[in-house]
Ligand binder design. Structure first.
Ligand code: ATP
Ligand code: MG
Length: 567
């Protein structure tokens, strides 16, 4: 492709509203442009990379036995009503009306469409298992679209769905998909990790997320420093065993704690460690209010709370709501004397505290020397806190450390959730009707593109891994007005293309400095510069990610590239 004839608008300045490297560089290097908040156009180079990632995904999906299809983005509300998700999906689902005032959604995901299709077309166990996938635009009205392609409102996803007559068959496909995902992200050059994830209220058992390791990731991975255990912090169980302290219980005492709101403030004011205070937070768990107690140095894990109650929505109650039922503001809440209508649940660690402090449910007051069992009771002790660095690894090997990750893929055993709701059944070999068993497998294709840039860049620009680079070779002529240079560059352009190389040819009438800076920014793996030695047939050859640079004769170029590409 000739650079003079394409749309490749590079920017010198870092765009003001782009906070992270991948967003900044994809804008600066002319790969994407924002059309609306969380909505992007892919310019020619961006589209090329997207296609490369898609091709890797397709190849691995096909090898794993999945079949490509294409489903509509426009989906009738009736389908979503069948599963109850028309109501439950919430404001993330983009909704619209047609001219006859019929309701539609823009597909945020395709379980409903695919399940209705398979329900109508597959009736016998003989047609199972079946795995179908598509690469398609998804719409989600995210609360906070940000970080460019990482969290968009319109984005490209590969979604696959598998249908089975037994859980064994689902397990088999699940592990094939898991392997295909590992292959895909390896081929994209990414440093990633598959982690155990939360399966939520879907009823599925196994679920793994594929995380690209990156400091800008929104997820925290808890991993063992010695074994291969890794889980999303959301679901990592705490297996720490707490010791029963053998010290005398002191008398409980009510003390004034004026203007002390945070756990740290109260601890400092009362002169004890964070661990010696109890934290109380009021949550709305579906329709009910639940007061959750943890130790002051621990954080409530709302996913664990949600799973404990098998709830669909868990959120913090507002201060007004809390005050209404407990009579005190945040900062003075505690488990003592709580109205019986409100569930009080506590993290396991709370059972083992001795002589601790807690809010008195009266603004500006706390109790000292509080002891569970003697001074308050809870409905249930359960694992309700986030795992911490230094906690024992749940698999019994080593201790936990944290890393940040970008979730690029998700494999999920759905079980019978959708098939049951939508009546997707098959006849088994006895002629008996059974509910189908399903799995689903997503990859954020556009998010993966951005994740690659997060891992592959330097101070000058992007450093694309060869498998996903928009072109393999960036050909520059230093002085397009010089006939010899132009002629050699034209010749090389033709020769490389004939040899099957993808070449971006910077034939623009720009200064050499501009061309070099743009070339570094765009990040194509190999750069060939035709300059002063054109008359001898020599060019400068540079490898973008290592900076290695040599003078090469034109007859050696192709071999050099093939050697570096290992082809
Ligand atoms: P997240 O927790 O990041 O919101 P999710 O759990 O909602 O992700 P899934 O429904 O499992 O995501 O979607 C499958 C894949 O689609 C995700 O693994 C992710 O890579 C990608 N994805 C999800 N939401 C977005 C988004 N807003 N923008 C870009 N990619 C996304
Ligand atoms: Mg989401």
């Amino acid at each position: 492709m000739k650079q003079s004839q394409t749309l490749l608008p590079t920017l010198k300045e870092v765009p003001a509203d782009a906070d992270i490297k991948s967003h900044q560089l994809l804008l600066r290097a002319g790969f994407i442009r924002q059309t609306a908040s969380g909505v992007y156009s892919f310019l020619p180079l961006g589209k090329r990379v997207l296609r490369k990632v898609e091709e890797i995904v397709r190849d691995e999906m096909d090898k794993a036995g999945a079949n490509e299809m294409f489903m509509p983005a426009l989906q009738p509300a009736e389908l979503w009503k069948e599963t109850g998700r028309w109501n439950n999906f919430g404001p993330e689902l983009m909704r619209l009306h047609d001219r006859h005032d019929r309701e539609f959604a823009l597909g945020a995901t395709h379980e409903e469409v695919i399940t209705s299709l398979v329900r109508d077309e597959v009736k016998s166990y003989k047609r199972l298992p079946l795995t179908l996938y598509q690469i398609q635009t998804k719409f989600r009205d995210e609360k906070r679209p940000r970080f460019g392609l990482l969290r968009g409102r319109e984005f490209v996803m590969k979604d696959a769905y598998s249908f089975h007559d037994s859980f064994d068959s689902l397990d088999e496909t699940y592990s094939k998909m898991y392997q295909a995902y590992s292959n895909i992200f390896s081929r994209c050059g990414l440093n990633f990790r598959a982690v155990i994830a939360d399966s939520g209220a879907m009823g599925g058992k196994d679920t793994h997320e594929f995380m690209v390791l990156s400091d800008v990731g929104e997820d925290t991975i808890a991993y063992s420093d010695t074994s291969n255990y890794a889980a999303n912090i959301e679901m990592a169980p705490v297996t720490q065993e707490y010791k029963q302290l053998d010290i005398p219980l002191k008398d409980m005492e009510k003390v004034e704690t004026p203007n002390q709101r945070t756990m740290q403030e109260v601890a400092d004011f009362l002169g004890h460690s964070l661990e010696q205070g109890l934290k109380a937070l009021m949550f709305k768990v579906d329709e009910s209010l639940v007061l959750v107690i943890t130790r002051g140095d621990h954080e409530v894990n709302d996913i664990k709370l949600k799973n404990l109650y098998n709830a669909s929505v868990v959120e913090l109650a507002t201060e007004t709501e809390t005050k209404e039922v407990l009579g005190a503001s945040f900062g003075s809440l505690g488990p003592i004397g709580v109205n019986e209508k409100i569930d009080v649940v506590a993290d396991t660690a709370v059972q083992y505290v001795v002589n601790v402090s807690c809010g008195a449910n009266e603004d500006g007051f706390h109790y000292k020397n509080v002891n569970p069992g003697r001074d308050f009771n809870v409905k249930e002790y359960a694992d309700l806190r986030f795992i911490k660095e230094g906690d024992p690894s749940p698999d019994g090997n080593g201790t936990i450390k944290f890393a940040r990750g970008i979730e690029v893929g998700h494999v999920f055993k759905l079980g019978k959730f959708y098939a049951e709701k939508m009546g997707a059944t098959f006849l088994d070999d006895q002629g008996k009707a059974n509910t189908m068993i399903m799995g689903c497998y997503g990859i954020g294709v556009s998010r993966t593109l951005a994740a690659i840039v997060e891992q592959f860049h330097d101070e000058k620009g992007i450093t694309w891994p060869t498998n996903v680079a928009p072109f393999q070779v960036h050909l520059l002529s230093i002085n397009a007005k010089n006939e010899e240079q132009k002629q050699l560059a034209d010749e090389l352009y033709q020769m490389l293309q004939e040899a099957g190389m993808e070449v971006l040819y910077d034939d623009r009438k720009e200064r050499a400095g501009v061309k070099f800076a743009d070339s570094d920014l765009v990040g194509i793996p190999f750069r060939i510069t035709v300059g002063k030695r054109a008359n001898e047939g020599y060019v400068e050859f540079k490898v973008r990610n290592t900076g290695d640079q040599t003078d090469l004769h034109q007859s050696d170029i192709l071999n050099k590239i093939k050697e570096l590409l290992e082809i």
